[in-house]
Design a protein around this ligand. Structure first.
Ligand code: ZN
Length: 434
């Protein structure tokens, strides 16, 4: 099933034409209605009429999270505040949060892109969607909620936490789609296992996961534990929320809804475009957003994009899974390391669970990496030989992946802190850098 065949299977030429028209429109509106853009563009001596083709987007300055924070709270709104019907914010762990404002039209667009994606994942009006994403200022909960309702599915807005209640409802209501962050999903899987409930006792048919970084190995682990396919949902609060790009049944990339979000891939050092298919930083422009146009937002997410006809029949540009963030890249002994590389190596070895922490220290000015990972419940802790064997294999796999030696600490099941809500803490940097 394809939700909007006209758009999702549009020819590249038609899509380019639509994008250019919308880009010109959004740049004009931003310049005229938002003092921030007016000032930035005037300073850079670039004006709406300079956008004659899509490539001209490179003339425009970038927008960063710092710009968004500096415009806190409503400085980027292009309409009167009375037109804004909903507000979300980013988590704001450092400094002021960034604000995202939506008009009625924006909420329709949000529901529309989520509906496309959920349809792509095989969900329809007969389905029951259990949404464990938090409802509140975080966009995850509402995005799934609006999309699910748009396609006529039944949405259970349970939010994160109350894991036993979640399981009870999954059984009683016959949940067919479960939405979660990978770390919370693994927590649910653990509880199910402990309660002796098998995936076949449930009515699940698909999982949608997002808002945390993940590796193929992590996905595989989730699919094995729930015995259903799991698809990724990508998005960010600054641009809209979940639904910017979503994965189809081919599981080899996400279709990016490029009629609403125009993607560019740049080299994060030179800030120049890099060729299609090559990996770099994703930059997004909202082409249709009314309340708060975001132009050339640097996401810091590392990915690549490719135009190709997909096995699912759609022509929308495909974005590879996010392989890291330019700002969560760790510099260890001068080497660039993404936590996702370590995760990939860990989960390639049998005998461990996808619960881990990377701990960085700097005794005597020398970086040390400790990777703490939980052994599978079927590993016997009194079998020292077996433990050492697994530990050595893990250290070897990580070395192959990142080129550095690490201390692997295999710990007993369920000893690494679980977060019952929200996201897992994967990296602890005790090096006192900065
Ligand atoms: Zn596809």
């Amino acid at each position: 099933m394809i939700w909007d065949e006209k758009i999702e299977c549009m020819s590249l030429e038609d899509m380019r034409e639509l994008q250019l028209k919308r880009l010109q429109d959004v740049v004009t509106r931003a310049f005229n209605e938002v003092p921030y853009y007016h000032k930035r563009y005037t300073e850079a001596e670039v004006y709406p009429e300079d956008i004659q083709c899509l490539e001209d987007i490179e003339k425009l300055p970038f927008t960063t999270k710092t710009d968004l924070r500096a415009s806190y709270p409503f400085g980027l709104f292009a309409v009167d505040q009375k037109e804004i019907v909903e507000i979300h914010t980013s988590s704001g762990t450092t400094g002021k949060p960034t604000v995202s404002g939506y008009t009625k039209e924006d909420l329709d667009t949000w529901a529309e892109v989520m509906a496309r994606g959920m349809t792509m994942m095989g969900i329809g009006e007969d389905d029951i969607v259990q949404n464990t994403h938090g409802y509140g200022l975080f966009t995850g909960g509402f995005g799934v909620h609006y999309g699910g309702q748009k396609i006529g599915a039944t949405v259970i807005p349970i939010s994160t936490g109350q894991t036993l209640r979640q399981i009870e409802l999954m059984k009683d209501f016959g949940t067919t789609m479960l939405i979660f962050t990978p770390s919370y999903g693994l927590h649910i899987a653990e509880e199910l296992h402990e309660m002796g409930i098998k995936p076949s006792d449930l009515n699940l048919k698909v999982i949608g996961f997002g808002s945390e970084s993940w590796t193929d190995e992590m996905r595989q682990s989730i699919e094995e534990k729930f015995e259903v396919p799991a698809y990724n949902i990508y998005g960010l609060t600054e641009v809209m929320g979940p639904g910017v790009a979503m994965e189809c049944d081919q599981q080899n990339g996400l279709h990016l809804y490029e009629d609403h979000f125009y993607p560019e891939i740049i080299d994060s050092k030179t800030l120049k475009h890099i060729p299609e298919g090559q990996s770099g930083e994703l930059v997004l422009t909202t082409l249709t957003r009314v309340g708060m146009p975001i132009i050339r937002f640097r996401t810091h997410d590392v990915t690549s994009i490719k135009h190709e006809k997909c096995g699912c029949g759609r022509t929308l540009v495909k974005m590879s899974k996010i392989t890291g963030r330019t700002d969560d890249m760790l510099k260890i002994k001068g080497v660039s390391v993404f936590p996702s590389q370590i995760e990939k190596a860990l989960l390639s070895i049998k005998g461990v669970e996808p619960h881990y922490q990377i701990i960085l220290t700097r005794p005597d000015n020398l970086d040390q990496i400790e990777v703490k990972v939980e052994a599978s419940p079927d590993i016997f802790f009194d079998n020292v030989k077996e433990l050492v064997g697994i530990r050595d294999k893990l250290a070897e796999a990580i070395h192959d992946e990142i080129g550095l030696r690490v201390n692997v600490n295999l710990v007993e099941p369920k000893t690494i802190d679980r977060v019952d809500a929200g996201k897992a803490v994967r990296v602890i940097d005790n090096r006192n850098l900065k």
